[in-house]
Design a protein around this ligand. Structure first.
Ligand SMILES: [Zn+2]
Ligand SMILES: [Zn+2]
Ligand SMILES: [Zn+2]
Length: 318
């Protein structure tokens, strides 16, 4: 069977698994669809290769050939892995929504390593992510028509699954949109909320009418677990401010989010001078009692109103 046919078949089998009302098959649904997506990526690399499928090899090296010239030969039998697929797509100018693919891989890994009641919901999300990646691969990268490639039964099921998941997601998000967050940062991050137990995006408020951050009680529609605000915000901030967090320290600046000295979550919003998850806030006039320099949250909380330097001096005097 050709690589392309293999890829399509893997996706079709995965979708059949998902459609069966059998919880034992949801993991295999995600595995098969995920494998199919990676095979579609490999098909693109195969088509980009001159005539020897060289781009499918994990390693290749220059070798002298019969004509006394240099040719590039595959080394070993291993085929290209995800990291190299990403690099090769980039080098050849093939764009793909890697964030979606990574999200899907993340769900697959989570499902492999634990059993959740809500795994059908997790499978739904993974396959909804897959739809967008599959469409991009078939239409843009491979110039194939998804409907005729996958067959109408499979393609329709993929579309319907994505609609169902999206509807459930919007219902969950609507309960979060009601909340009057104490920080701008939390308002910005709600789109990145995921369940700390199973990483599903189907996080919602127990009381959909509640507007107060202090009364927020969250739970996950996918696994049914309750979720504390601190860990949820901490995971979301990582996503929302992740890139900025990596840039800021390099430029000598403070990262936008640091550890809250009060609740110990990664939820202290430096710019707003307060924690997004608990009541801790840094007073505007927080300054060292000796030198008058402004204090950061940790100094204010830990050192009794002294900057790190003067706290250090004071501890030596004792
Ligand atoms: Zn969950
Ligand atoms: Zn806090
Ligand atoms: Zn000082």
């Amino acid at each position: 069977m050709s690589l392309f046919a293999n890829a399509l078949e893997s996706i079709q089998i995965g979708v059949e698994d998902l459609l069966k009302n059998d919880n034992r098959r949801v993991l295999s649904a995600v595995r098969n669809v995920h494998a199919g997506v990676l095979l579609l990526c490999k098909e693109k690399l195969r088509r980009l290769s001159p005539d020897d499928e060289i781009l499918l090899a994990q390693r290749f090296e220059p070798q002298p050939n019969d004509q006394g010239e240099v040719s590039i030969e595959a080394v070993g039998r291993n085929t290209v892995g995800v990291d190299d697929i990403k690099k090769r797509f980039k080098a050849f100018g093939v764009s793909l929504d890697w964030k979606r693919l990574d999200a899907m891989t993340d769900i697959r890994n989570h499902m492999e390593h634990s059993y959740y009641k809500g795994s059908r919901e997790r499978a739904r999300q993974a396959v909804a992510d897959a739809l967008l990646v599959i469409r991009q691969l078939l239409v843009e990268a491979l110039q194939e028509d998804p409907l005729s490639a996958l067959g109408s039964e499979c393609w329709t099921a993929l579309l319907e699954n994505a609609d169902l998941f999206e509807a459930e997601l919007q219902t969950c998000r609507a309960t979060l949109d009601k909340i009057d967050w104490e920080t701008e940062a939390a308002t910005r991050a709600t789109a990145d909320f995921v369940c700390p137990s199973c990483h599903s995006a189907l996080i919602r408020q127990r009381d959909p009418a509640n507007t107060s951050q202090h009364k927020v009680a969250l739970f996950c529609s996918a696994c049914g677990e309750d979720a504390e605000l601190g860990p949820v915000l901490s995971l979301a901030f990582d996503e929302t401010f992740g890139a900025e967090g990596h840039i800021a320290p390099k430029d000598g600046g403070e990262p936008p989010i640091t550890t809250c000295p009060e609740c110990s979550e990664e939820t202290y919003v430096v710019e707003e001078g307060r924690c997004a998850a608990c009541d801790f806030a840094l007073p505007d006039d927080a300054a060292c009692a000796v030198c008058g320099n402004g204090l950061n949250a940790e100094e204010y909380y830990e050192h009794d109103g002294l900057c790190s330097y003067h706290a250090h001096i004071a501890s030596k005097d004792d």
